[in-house]
Design a protein around this ligand. Structure first.
Ligand SMILES: CSC[C@@H](O)[C@@H](O)C(=O)COP(=O)(O)O
Length: 389
């Protein structure tokens, strides 16, 4: 069975509650933009592309049930208001802001056609069709990212030329973080499907453990050969030299790629990029064009979301029953793993400077730096790249 973070039919939207994973697969109904805002804020739905699509579709569902005055102008004002609210749920990931901008443009174009005092039905219809298209496009784009990334790794890494490669990934970038297939995990999936993946290593991704809870769950679910490591083990892993252990590349996702290639992603990504550079391992960012933000010139302009300290000091989950080596799904425990009274800094993301990134894998190909050592990311919006797999 294919893992689905988002289930959608016109009028019905469900999300897989990612706080209950990996122990239980529970789908929650999302009927309004308020439901989506809560789900995003409390991390029940995750990953930059998935967040954008859940937000967009939540309003598509709400528009079918909301009591809005019938004119086009009123419907457009309602959509604008809800979109402005939704965008506040996750500040760092740009896909949501990008989706909001595109959906507003669709609404504006429709209002221009029917005029503000015209019928609001065509605004609803245009909005719903545009939100539904985002769901379909994301899966197609991720499959293309997987293909380009796998081909690039095959061509450009030492062990790729000999057959199989091993890679490290971080955080949550698979079907659970997108509309399907995944970005960085999509590249791993494509390598695996082609028979060229030796092994995937996923980091735990402290403090929220998206790697051990979600990526590990997806790798096991899809029977991809994989090993979990804590974030602090990455350097030791990269030092292994044997042909069967050596890592060819680190592939991560992104929440926002600035115009110069600086990339915001889950906290810990920057450390991995530094480790990759030191060990001479390729460092790749896999992201659809919806994650590239040409308006943000560099990483210095990216707002980093800070989250509550108790995400670092507390660990939650069901009880483990030692004699059975199983979890008791009817139980839930919260354990404190830090000294009471200690101050906590909990940035959810960090920024990896472009100089540490070897390639940005998009759905139109892999962007490499030009002869001046700079990414020309504006070219991808014309469908152009310089390092296609
Ligand atoms: C394909 S998703 C890329 C990123 O969004 C992902 O790596 C990440 O940082 C997810 O963080 P999360 O806080 O779980 O939404």
């Amino acid at each position: 069975m294919v893992l689905e973070a988002i289930r959608y039919d016109r009028g019905n939207l469900q999300i897989l509650d990612q706080l209950k994973l990996p122990h239980a697969e529970v789908y929650d109904d999302i009927n309004t933009s308020g439901d989506a805002w809560e789900a995003i804020k409390h991390m029940r739905t995750r990953g930059a592309p998935a967040i954008a699509i859940v937000a967009a579709l939540s309003l598509a569902v709400e528009l079918l049930i909301a009591d809005i005055p019938p004119t086009a102008g009123d419907t457009a004002a309602f959509v604008y208001d809800r979109l402005d609210y939704l965008v506040t749920s996750r500040p760092t990931a740009v896909n949501l802001a990008d989706a909001v901008r595109k959906l507003k443009a669709v609404v504006d174009a429709e209002v221009a056609k029917v005029k503000a005092d015209g019928n609001g039905d065509s605004i609803r219809e245009a909005y719903i069709a545009a939100a539904e298209k985002m769901l379909v496009d994301d899966v197609r784009d991720n499959e293309a990212i997987g293909k380009h990334g796998a081909e690039w790794i095959q061509k450009n890494t030492e062990f790729g030329q000999n057959g199989q490669v091993s890679v490290i990934t971080h955080c949550n970038t698979g079907s659970l973080a997108t509309a399907g297939y995944g970005t960085a995990l999509g590249v791993i999936r494509a390598l695996h499907s082609a028979g060229t993946l030796k092994h995937a290593f996923c980091t735990e991704t402290r403090p929220y453990n998206q790697g051990s809870r979600l990526t590990a769950f997806e790798l096991v679910h899809d029977k991809i050969p994989a090993t979990l490591v804590t974030d602090s083990m990455a350097a030791a892993l990269l030092k292994l030299k044997g042909p069967s252990e050596r890592i060819a590349a680190i592939v991560v996702g992104a929440d926002r790629v600035a115009a110069n290639g600086d990339t915001a992603n889950k906290i810990g990504t920057y450390s991995l990029a530094i480790l990759a550079k030191f060990h001479g391992v390729k460092f790749l960012v896999a992201a659809p064009r919806t994650t590239i933000d040409l308006q943000t010139k560099s990483g210095a302009d990216i707002v980093i979301e800070e989250r509550p300290g108790n995400e670092v000091t507390l660990v939650k989950g069901p009880k483990w029953v030692a004699v059975l080596d199983e979890v008791d799904l009817s139980s839930s425990e919260t354990i404190k793993i830090a000294a009471s009274g200690i101050d906590v800094w909990n940035p959810a993301f960090d920024v990896t400077p472009a100089e540490l990134i070897d390639g940005i894998i998009t759905e139109v190909g892999v962007v490499e730096k030009d002869k001046n050592g700079e990414f020309q990311l504006q070219n991808v919006f014309q469908g152009l790249t310089n390092g296609n797999g």
